[in-house]
Every structure is written in structure tokens, then in C-alpha cells.
Design a protein around this ligand. Structure first.
Ligand SMILES: [Fe+2]
Ligand SMILES: [Fe+2]
Length: 490
């Protein structure tokens, strides 16, 4: 009985956890919803109207058309749902982009029929979607585009459909993981080659073999031209991806890595004008990266996000302790906790302005307000209390929102632990370091800062352990190695 109760409790716990959204989806305006719905209706009409083109319109034909129409319409809604689940920060422009790609593909299928190979129609969009929106969205898109054909499926070789489905699934899976343009180029060569081989084996003129038959190329001409066309369209798609990135705000892995380049003007400015903040940022990158690796989050996202989290400090670098370098503290000079609190909040507001000006993608810009959440500005609140001023606690809290994803929550925790770990005595034991980390993490947890992040207790424990590992590395680096007079080797 006791076991059953525990099991039920566990099931209930996991069910509740599975229902917590990873991140609150972005609200879409009514007009955008209407446009998206209308495009979905157009896709459904294009995909099904040919059923009605018969000499005598019988009720069975109308039923068949209705089934086909609603099948596509429901598939479109399913695609939108999946894309929003995978990318909670997806905006209406990006949803319109995915749906428009489906509209284009369905139109091509309707008006060009079997003239064009399904490989050239379906595989390239799958690459764009997997790069910009992720593998799951791309797979959902591929399943709809591959399974919904306006013409009778008999006109297209079923083996070719299977090859298309396999090739586009491969592109979707690898496209979501690929981190640079060189790997994309490799994909655009190997996928058409694989398709060529598969087509030759399954649907080509198998009796002819290129070693002993000179007619091989002639008899398999269609297969060659299809694969060549696919390779060319894939190459053009790779060239166009940066344009799609900037128009639709897609966040590809390659774009993330480009943004993480420390030669980017905003990061260069940070290193020159606010060197203390830059150092703090680099250490946080290390902490956050290690923790994200430990819980299986998006490492590229957190690396780039943490690099930009404090760019707002550029508006007044010397107001932040890490850049003061022993000089006069402006906060002491004005001696007004309310103004000091406003300066702290300004590093978030100004950071968002910098993000907009530099066209940082939304998931990266989210790190700026969410790393501070609605945290209390304890030092200045305490100062105001000492001065016996009339205090409204909300004046001494950041405006938020609290972290909406695991990655932004990790950054908040890393941000809190960084200064404490840096200041820790070199001889401190691992136990003492873990205790310090736990104190900071628990304080944020009790304050409700992690409530929307969907981090489990186990993940929080792993984050603490990974921070400890990074601290051990820092401590190791700070140990002075003994050197001898004649120590010329390295
Ligand atoms: Fe900050
Ligand atoms: Fe920070």
C-alpha cells in the first residue's frame, strides 16, 4: 500500500512537471493569428481542390474533399503547435515563414506535379527550418510536406517518396545540430550523393552498371539531373540562410557562434570601456557553460547569452564595482540609495536598448532582463533602511521578468556565485565552496526567482556541483608553481 502511494505520488509529480511549459510562449496579435489562419486555409484549398475537379460532383467526392481539406488544416495547426512548443520565443513572423514555405511547396506540387522531383522541393526547406527553428519543427514540417500531395500519389514513385522522407529527415536532424557553414556544405554534397545512390538502387535502371555499360548515364539521366538539382538548390539555400536569419530573426547555430565572436564591436567596447565587467562576463561564461553541459541544455545559446548579459553596464561603467579599480565610488558621492537603485536597473534597460540597436535575436536579448529577474538590490535597500527613509521594497527590486528558461536561470545563478567564488580564500575546502554556492542558489530559489525556469531539484544540484568544479579549476590556476633558477624547460 505504501509503495503504491509513493508510486502514485511520483507519477503525479512527473505529470505536473511535464505540464510546466519550458518557457511562456510569446503572445501573437489577433491580426497575425488571422493572417496565419488564412494562409493555412489557402494551403488546405491548394492541397485538396483537385479532388473536386471531376465531371460529376457526387456527395462521396465532397466528403473526400472535406476530409482532405481538414486533414491539411489540422496538420498546419499541429505544425504551429510543435514549433511553439520547441521555440517558446517564436514570433508571428517566424510562424508565417514556416507556413509560407509550406504554401510554396504545396503550390509547386499542384502546378508542376511530377515534373519536379520531391527531393528538390522538400529537402531544402527542411534544412532552413532545422537550422532556424530546430529539428522537431523541421521533422513536423517534413512529415506534412511529404505526406500531403495534391495529385494522386500513384503518379510519383513510392520509393522516391521514401527516399525523400529519409533525406529530409537526415537533413532535419543534422541541420539542427550543425554548428558551422563548412559542415552545412558537406551536408549539401553528401545528401544528394546518398539520394543518387538510393535512387539508382531502388528506382533506377538497375540492370545497367556504369563499369560495364556506357549507356548507364543515359538510362539513369533523370536520377542524375534530380540529384544535381538537389545539390544546387541546397547550395543556394546555404547562401540564402544569412538573409533569412536577418529578415525573420532566425537563430541558427552558425549565427550564435558568430555573435559569440569576441571581436564583435559591442563586446570589444565592453572589453575596453568596462574591463572589469568583461572579466566578470568571461568567468560567468565558464560557470554557465559547465552547468549547462551538466544538465544537457543549449551550450551555444548560454555562451552567447552570457557574453551579452551585462552590456548595459556600458552606459556608466564606473558605477559598477568591478570597474572602479580603487577609485572613488560614485554611489558614495551621491549618497542616495534610490538613485543608486535606478542606476542598477538602468544596466538592464540600457542593455535591452543596445540589444535592439545591434539587432540581437530575442533569445539572446532575454538574458539581459532575466539574469537579474526581480532580485532585491540588497545593499542599497539596507542603506535606505539605515537612513530611515520611506521604503517601497519594489523600488529596490529589478523589474524582471524572472528567468523563463533553464539557460537564463543558470546565468542568474552563475552571476550570483561569480563574485563570491572569485573572492574565496585559495585554501578554502571544497565543502566550504559548495556551502557558499548553495547559500546563494538557495536564496534565489526561496525568493521565487527560479519558479518559471522549469529547473528540477536534481538539475539545481548538478548546477551547484558544476560551479564547484569550475571553482576547483580557478583555484588550480591560482596556485603558484615552484620555479628553480635553471628552470628553462616548459
Ligand atoms: Fe547584471
Ligand atoms: Fe553580471
Amino acid at each position: 500500500m505504501h509503495n503504491l502511494k509513493t508510486t502514485l505520488k511520483k507519477v503525479n509529480y512527473f505529470w505536473k512537471r511535464s505540464q510546466v511549459p519550458k518557457q511562456k510562449p510569446i503572445q501573437i496579435s489577433r491580426i497575425d493569428k488571422l493572417i496565419i489562419f488564412l494562409i493555412c486555409v489557402v494551403i488546405s484549398i491548394i492541397s485538396s481542390f483537385k479532388i473536386l475537379l471531376v465531371p460529376s460532383l457526387q456527395s462521396s467526392v465532397v466528403v473526400a474533399w472535406s476530409v482532405s481539406f481538414f486533414e491539411v488544416l489540422i496538420s498546419c495547426s499541429f505544425l504551429i503547435l510543435v514549433s511553439r512548443k520547441e521555440n517558446p520565443t517564436i514570433n508571428s513572423r517566424q510562424i508565417l515563414f514556416i507556413i509560407s514555405l509550406l504554401l510554396i511547396v504545396q503550390s509547386i506540387k499542384t502546378f508542376f506535379g511530377s515534373v519536379l522531383s520531391p527531393l528538390s522541393i522538400i529537402v531544402p526547406p527542411a534544412l532552413i527550418i532545422s537550422q532556424g527553428m530546430g529539428t522537431i519543427t523541421a521533422l513536423a514540417w517534413v512529415s506534412i510536406a511529404s505526406l500531403s500531395w495534391p495529385d494522386s500519389i500513384i503518379e510519383i514513385n513510392s520509393n522516391l517518396l521514401v527516399i525523400t522522407l529519409i533525406c529530409s529527415s537526415i537533413v532535419s536532424v543534422f541541420g539542427g545540430k550543425i554548428r558551422n557553414r563548412a559542415q552545412l556544405l558537406q551536408l549539401s554534397i553528401f545528401v544528394p550523393l546518398g539520394a543518387l545512390l538510393a535512387q539508382w538502387l531502388l528506382i533506377g535502371n538497375g540492370q545497367t552498371f556504369f563499369v560495364d555499360n556506357k549507356d548507364f548515364f543515359l538510362s539513369n539521366g533523370r536520377i542524375f539531373s534530380d540529384s544535381l538539382l538537389l545539390a544546387m538548390i541546397l547550395l543556394i539555400t546555404i547562401l540564402l540562410i544569412p538573409i533569412f536569419e536577418s529578415i525573420f530573426g532566425l537563430l541558427t547555430k552558425a549565427r550564435l557562434l558568430e555573435l559569440a565572436d569576441k571581436e564583435k564591436p559591442l563586446i570589444r567596447r565592453l572589453s575596453i570601456e568596462a574591463p572589469g565587467t568583461f572579466e566578470h562576463t568571461l568567468l560567468i561564461c565558464g560557470l554557465a557553460e559547465e552547468a549547462t553541459r551538466m544538465i544537457g541544455g543549449d551550450i551555444d545559446l548560454i555562451k552567447t547569452g552570457s557574453l551579452y548579459h551585462d552590456v548595459g553596464k556600458l552606459h556608466a561603467p564606473n558605477w559598477f564595482i568591478e570597474n572602479q579599480d580603487g577609485s572613488i565610488n560614485p554611489h558614495d558621492e551621491i549618497d542616495d540609495p534610490f538613485i543608486s537603485a535606478k542606476v542598477l536597473q538602468a544596466h538592464v534597460d540600457e542593455g535591452l536598448k543596445y540589444a535592439k540597436k545591434n539587432r540581437l535575436p530575442k533569445p539572446i536579448a532575454n538574458f539581459i532582463p532575466e539574469h537579474q529577474g526581480t532580485l532585491k538590490m540588497g545593499y542599497f535597500l539596507h542603506k535606505a533602511e539605515e537612513k530611515k527613509l520611506y521604503i517601497n521594497e519594489s523600488d529596490f527590486r529589478y523589474k524582471g521578468p524572472i528567468p523563463q528558461s533553464k539557460e537564463t536561470a543558470i546565468l542568474m545563478l552563475a552571476d550570483g556565485c561569480e563574485a563570491a567564488l572569485r573572492a574565496m580564500d585559495i585554501n578554502a575546502s571544497d565543502h566550504e565552496a559548495l556551502e557558499t554556492i548553495s547559500k546563494i542558489v538557495n536564496a534565489r530559489q526561496i525568493d521565487g526567482q527560479l519558479d518559471d525556469s522549469n529547473l528540477s531539484k536534481g538539475e539545481i544540484y548538478l548546477i551547484k556541483k558544476s560551479f564547484l568544479n569550475v571553482w576547483k579549476r580557478i583555484r588550480h590556476r591560482r596556485i603558484q608553481y615552484p620555479t628553480t633558477k635553471n628552470n628553462t624547460f616548459s
